[in-house]
Design a protein around this ligand. Structure first.
Ligand SMILES: Nc1ncnc2c1ncn2[C@@H]1O[C@H](COP(=O)(O)OP(=O)(O)O)[C@@H](O)[C@H]1O
Ligand code: SF4
Ligand SMILES: [Mg+2]
Length: 331
């Protein structure tokens, strides 16, 4: 049974121009031990997918799906707060810019102690419980490779460097021993050495603890070093998904090809809201969504049929959504 199994997730949100589908039939699945990359230009809906999974979307937005299961349990049958409770202990999320995700008025030690659930502390006298709490806090810091425990725990978020802060966020996220870690652009804006350390840590957690990771990123180099599978989004639609090696070698969707062509050696980040070097124009805003395939106005292979939404097709484990995929000649 997959850990996460999402089919045709659609999120409608209200804009100045009325209701629009910010996410339109997104498919995403995760197996135990898997590291899946979720990629796409800025504005393609990656963070909205993450928020939909953990139940952190605005009240009033309309979320529907043919299937949205977590370890076999239907999440859609639950309201947002129940959904949050179900996933709270089993799915952890870390965001880019860790400093702003932490409370600036409390020391890191206080914040980490607060996240430790009572069942991990057990029973006993208060000093025994306090001692147990301290042991658990230290163990968490060891897990993520933070060495100077005392200094780190006494510090406030703005007093420590970025890499330690992101490692600390990962330590907080792992307290409840989640089955899935969602890392939403965790290394954005970090310099190369720091980025390398965070990626190494995530890879180690996957290999030694069997932690599944949904790795949301712009950084194709990081993705290629971490992920086994990849899902590509464009403007709220899933355009292609499959084994990373296959997608790199033989993309079937014009957008995936443009992404790969814009970073030929996989050695630079995708540019945010950019002209991809292989495609003209920029990603549309929610107020100006094209009908049918949303890549249409930018797509070199677009034809009349593309005003209809292409359905998802598959060749073995390789899924793509395009009327004129690259392996078929255009008439
Ligand atoms: N709270 C919001 N209200 C209105 N529009 C939003 C909101 N959050 C995201 N969007 C829009 O939804 C689209 C997808 O955003 P997002 O998921 O943040 O993209 P990504 O994470 O891929 O950069 C963008 O067009 C963005 O402007
Ligand atoms: S469906 Fe049409 S517009 Fe969309 S990617 Fe395929 S060829 Fe291009
Ligand atoms: Mg985002």
């Amino acid at each position: 049974m997959p850990l996460l199994d999402i089919k045709n997730l659609t999120l409608e949100i209200e804009t100045a121009n009325g209701w629009v589908k910010a996410l339109d039939k997104i498919n995403l699945s995760m197996e135990a031990n898997e590291v899946r990359a979720l990629v796409g230009e800025s504005g393609s809906g990656k963070s909205l997918v993450v928020k939909s999974i953990v139940g952190a979307i605005n009240e009033g937005w309309q979320l529907t799906a043919d299937r949205m299961n977590w370890r076999g349990q239907d999440l859609l049958g639950l309201n947002q707060s129940k959904r949050r409770n179900v996933v709270k202990d089993e799915i952890a999320v870390i965001f880019q810019n860790p400093v702003s995700s932490l409370d600036p008025t409390a020391s890191l030690g206080e914040q980490l102690e607060e996240t430790i659930p009572d069942f991990l502390i057990g029973r006993g006298w208060f000093w025994q419980r306090r001692q147990r709490r301290k042991q658990l806090v230290t163990r968490q810091l060891q897990k993520v490779g933070i060495k100077n425990h005392d200094l780190c725990l006494k510090s406030f978020p703005h007093q420590i460097p970025d890499d330690i802060c992101q490692k600390f966020m990962i330590a907080m996220a792992l307290v409840s021993e989640p089955k899935l870690l969602i890392a939403d652009d965790p290394t954005r804006g970090m310099e190369t050495t720091t980025k390398g350390q965070i990626l190494k840590l995530l890879a180690r957690l996957n290999q030694t603890k069997g932690l599944s990771i949904l790795f949301v990123s712009h950084d194709l180099l990081a993705i290629s070093s971490m992920a086994q599978t990849m899902t590509v989004l464009y403007c709220g639609q899933t355009v292609e998904a499959g084994r990373l090696k296959k997608l790199r070698k033989r993309p079937l969707h014009p957008y995936t090809k443009a992404l790969l062509d814009s970073a030929p050696s996989f050695s630079k980040d995708l540019l945010p809201k950019s002209d991809l070097s292989a495609l003209p124009g920029t990603i549309p805003t929610l107020q100006h969504l094209p009908t049918g395939c949303r890549l249409g106005p930018r797509c070199p292979r677009a034809q009349k049929e593309c005003v209809k939404i292409p359905s998802m097709r598959r060749i073995h484990e390789h899924h793509y959504s395009c009327h004129f995929p690259l392996h078929r000649p255009i008439r």
